[in-house]
Design a protein around this ligand. Structure first.
Ligand code: GDP
Length: 658
């Protein structure tokens, strides 16, 4: 029997049910979805005989929670955390190095750089990890307006909404194919004549229930959204190819899913292949402490073939089952002002800025004035995944928005603004803030203005980096950070996981970046596009080679200072020939050596007279390239004709500073 069904039968919530198991004497984990029928009936019987079990449990719950709260606030320092804060500012707030904060975020499945913003929910989790007791910073009227008037970042409510599902797993294990197969078989497309549009997410139907699928597979979408603190996905499908088993990205995906505490179902894919070995996958999962249900554990696995469609319905049923168990968390309030998350964003030639929003709570309506990250606008039109214009989007609906004044970033939060006047005010404030922020970026100032001393402007090597795993991505970034040059720096304009796509090429082109792929391939379209647009692309399987190439790009941009290297001295003994700007003299090398094609400063009574170039050296009749100290020689000079006997020549060369 399902845990939810059992909970319903004894009139408790599924969460209460999970708490009650150990009290009733059963060791059933909190993630259990099903319980043995005999056990279920025993529990029902126990509760029927003594209903005070539940009352006692509920009574005990109250004081316990208060106690815990009292203890924790007593021992921890209170920390006032704003609704939204950059990672850098947050590091200052918790008095930790930015790198430590970034690492802590990564542990929680959030990939964020120092300028990225995290919301209160995320910041407070990390602050707690650092031993603080976070409390929301009081916001005045303006701050609230800047948050789009939203006081409720965390979408809550009591109306069930469709679950949002993200597909993750190793490259080539069939994530895209699986999403395509589900889309083809389960999207109701009668109105659009069968043509579904790619907007970043779609809704499929199974047994009259909707499921929202995030259409960008892999960690990318997930981490991008998490990077801004939005918990978008309710359930993950972990795709593992039955002919390949668990791979590095599978393991990373497991880590990310687990640290984000997202329930998941494993889809063992490609079972149509003769070499498929689903048992091996079960074994590998078990070795990772993920004991499959079929082996008596709690991890749901479904054998599927994204190619033939086999098992897809069972997979959707499993997703719905998880959704049922998690129903307490998959709720929203369609009546509150809408809050959404950007899952895709670009500028369309015809339509202008276009963003796909996943409505998390509330209902988004055409005509609403909205603030999305740093962008504002009024919704001119909304289209669903079938390309159909809609006027209302309830929770868990992905919608393409037209009418924004700019392009927001993936993961940004959408809020409703009260009216247009406050929208204008917000826009002004944001511009002001951005300018102030830019001014604090001293390096960028050097880069754009240069300095009197340096003369040249600081230069950048722009890099778009695609890697196979988060681990290798981080390793490469860390190595790139060690490349230092006086007036050139490496700027990673985009990083991501997976193959190099045409979007990567376009983004690289827009900023003049080179695209680097580590252990990934380049899609055919992207390759053609890169050639057409002249975007340099390099794929490597050895980190060292990749770093070396970046170093070469940096070296090519460095302007080296010339330094003078002294070679030796000579005394002028005689003048043999004087022409306009050239002379032949006789001299004695008194120190070091004379070298052809070097320079010589001509000194007379300790005062510099002129500088000349040594064009030829003769020892006797023989032309040589070098003459050592203590030797008399003939020297041809270029650049001046006013050298006299007894002048001193100081030989030197100019080398580029390393
Ligand atoms: P992704 O990188 O995880 O998105 O993988 P894709 O969806 O691009 O699939 C990689 C390759 O595996 C493609 O050539 C697919 O056609 C193939 N593929 C995906 N699913 C299946 C399957 O169930 N059976 C077979 N035989 N091939 C599949």
């Amino acid at each position: 029997m399902n845990v939810t069904e059992l909970a319903r039968r004894i009139k408790v919530s599924p969460n209460e049910m999970r708490d009650l198991f150990p009290r009733l004497g059963y060791d059933i984990g909190r993630k259990a979805i099903k319980v043995d029928d005999a056990v279920a009936h025993k529990i029902i019987e126990m509760v029927e005989q003594d209903s005070s079990i539940i009352e006692r449990y509920r009574r005990e719950q109250q004081p316990e929670e208060e106690e815990i709260e009292a203890v924790s606030t007593e021992t921890k320092t209170e920390l006032r955390v704003p609704q939204v804060i950059t990672v850098r500012d947050f590091a200052g707030l918790v008095q930790k190095p930015v790198t430590t904060v970034i690492q802590e975020l990564m542990k929680n499945g959030i990939l964020a750089n120092l300028n990225e913003r995290i919301d209160y929910e995320t910041a407070s989790i990390i602050a707690e990890d650092f031993g603080y007791a976070p409390v929301p910073q009081d916001t005045d009227r303006t701050d609230q307006a800047q948050q789009g008037g939203a006081t409720d970042e965390k979408p809550t409510g009591s109306t069930p909404r469709p679950p949002v599902v993200v597909v993750m797993g190793h490259v080539d294990h069939g994530k895209t194919k699986l999403l395509d197969t589900i889309r083809k078989a389960n999207v109701i497309d009668s109105e659009s004549g069968g043509i579904t549009q790619h907007i970043g997410a779609y809704q499929a139907e199974r047994n009259g229930k909707l499921i929202t699928f995030i259409d960008t597979p892999g960690h990318q979408a997930f981490t991008a959204m998490r990077s801004r603190g939005a918990r978008v996905a309710d359930i993950a499908i972990l795709v593992v190819a039955a002919d390949d088993g668990l791979k590095p990205q599978t393991e990373e995906a497991i880590q990310i899913i687990q640290s984000a505490k997202v329930p998941f179902v494993v889809a063992i894919n490609k079972i149509d292949k003769p070499e498929a070995d689903p048992e091996k996958v079960l074994n590998q999962l078990a070795q990772k402490n993920l004991l499959p249900e079929s082996w008596g554990g709690k991890i749901m696995t479904v054998n599927v073939s994204a190619k033939s469609g086999e098992g897809i319905e069972a997979l959707l049923d499993s997703v719905l089952l998880v959704a049922e168990v998690e129903q307490d968390h998959i709720m929203a309030d369609p009546d509150q002002p809408a809050v959404g998350t950007v899952i895709e964003s670009h500028v369309d030639k015809g339509e202008g800025p276009v963003a796909t929003i996943l409505v998390r709570t509330g209902t988004l309506r055409r005509g609403d004035a909205v603030q999305v990250g740093t962008v504002v606008g009024k919704i001119r039109a909304m289209k669903n995944h079938l390309g159909k214009e809609i006027t209302e989007a309830p929770p868990s609906t992905p919608v393409k928005l037209l009418g924004l004044k700019g392009s927001p970033e993936v993961g940004d939060t959408l809020h409703i603004a009260d009216d247009e006047t406050s929208l204008k005010k917000i826009q002004k404030q944001l511009k002001h803030k951005e300018r102030a922020y830019r001014d604090t970026q001293t390096w960028q100032q050097v880069q754009t203005n240069g300095t009197e001393e340096e003369g040249d402007q600081a230069k950048e090597v722009h890099v778009v980096l695609k890697a196979d795993t988060l681990g290798s991505q981080e390793a490469i970034i860390q190595s790139l950070e060690t490349i230092v040059a006086k007036d050139v720096r490496v700027s990673i304009v985009k990083k991501g996981l997976g193959n190099i796509s045409d979007v990567d090429i376009l983004e690289a082109e827009s900023v003049g970046a080179r695209v680097y792929g580590f252990n990934v391939k380049i899609n055919q379209n992207a390759e053609e596009l890169a050639q057409e647009r002249g975007v340099p692309v390099r794929t490597d399987t050895i980190i060292y080679n990749l770093i070396d190439d970046v170093q070469e790009q940096v070296n090519a941009l460095v302007t080296y200072d010339k330094v003078k290297v002294e070679l030796g001295r000579a005394k002028v003994l005689a003048i043999f020939r004087t022409e306009r700007k050239t002379m032949i003299i006789g001299a004695l090398i008194t120190k070091g050596k004379a070298v052809t094609q070097s320079f010589a400063t001509v000194m007379r009574n300790d005062t510099k007279v002129t500088t000349v170039t040594v064009t030829e050296l003769k020892q006797g009749k023989e032309t040589v390239t070098e003459i050592p100290a203590g030797t008399e020689c003939g020297i041809s000079l270029k650049g001046s004709s006013n050298i006299v006997k007894d002048d001193i020549l100081e030989f030197y060369t100019e080398e580029l500073e390393k």
